[in-house]
Ligand binder design. Sequence first.
Ligand code: ARG
Length: 439
Amino acid sequence: MARRVVLAYSGGLDTSVLVRWMTEELGAEVVAVCADLGQGGDWEALRQRAWAAGAVEVEVLDLREEFATGFVAPAILANALYEGKYPLVSSLSRPIIVKHLVAAARRHGADAIAHGCTGKGNDQVRFEVSSRALAPDLEVLAPVRTWGFSRADSIEYASRWGIPVSATKASPYSVDQNLWGRTVECGVLEDPWATPPEEVYELTVPRRAPGESLEVVVSFEAGLPVAVDGRRLALHEVVAELDELVGGFGFGRVDMVENRRVGIKSREVYECPGALAILMAHADLESLTLERDVAHEKARLEPRWAELVYDGLWYSPLKMALDAFMNETQRFVTGEVRLRCEAGSAGPAATAGPGRCSVAGRRSPFSLYDLDLATYEAADSFRHQDAEGFVHIFGLGVGTWAARQRPLAGGQVAGGTGGQGPGVGHEAPGPGGGRGSRA
Ligand code: ARG
């Protein structure tokens, strides 16, 4: 009996060729599983292509809602931006794809899953580490890593087997997309000095007249966006709505050189208008509702969460423990954030540069902001007389240290600012603020 393999099928050239190649070279029956994560596409054409390539079963799974609530939502709570910039578009999608590949493998009696990733990227890591966590018994096949096909070889192979790849776009770029955003690599982008041509953008093409502006209110409950301008929406709908809205102002582009897990630096362009607007609004609402220590500790853990997910460790004990921490912090992250979008000002609408989106205001029933304490008006409730004692005790350690060490060091105190070595030229300022070595 032929072995069954479940393939993560995107409908593109490589995975289409893979269907036939595994059928021929491995004598496998290939089950093509495509995850609809909001990337859009012609599902009927995709099915036809998979059948034409020789798949024994083709499944298109609508996972948009599960992706939003199970994978995007934790990323929002964690303000997740890899290297401070990338909202983890592809990184979030691989773990849910693997989860469903494994389920399909069980359904179809397969003993392996397969993906179409190359050996240079992060996605292979995410597929294989996730699979190992969820189903250590399943083999993972990655033929693209070793088959040695160039793009031309693949096109030739496809036409020899009658696989309709003319339908797949012949783009110089490698694109991955889902409801959290769009990633673009390759082509001219491989030169980190080259300005990304406008043609790489789809979600952030400015459509507003110069000078146009707009305000939109995003409501959050327990850390997650639940409504736009008062209209309650499912999470994936909030993202889509904001994509359309802030993307139309040209907001949401990221151009970065990032560190891949496999040790390669890579120039990447991302378009994530809705994602970046939501993350900005969420972090801002936290500034109003999180207590100081919690806020500071969370900020330390957020980059770690993003790094784990980027590295393919979605299904790992540390990532799960961090999720528990993030969840605990979000109970009162409820309220509203008003975003203000402004169109670029130069040129006609079609050529205007990308516009802006920023937080214009925030409010919450659980706000820790106390006007009575914060106001500089005379009638406040802050006990001014307590400040003197507080500051004195707070500075006691530094005062003791300075009084003891300055005379010992001939008026000099080790440490300080500047780029020189310890103790060299770091005099504590004298009483007049000068740099003299007064005894
Ligand atoms: N550099 C991004 C990441 O590692 C995007 C990867 C896009 N994947 C792709 N197969 N085009 O998450």
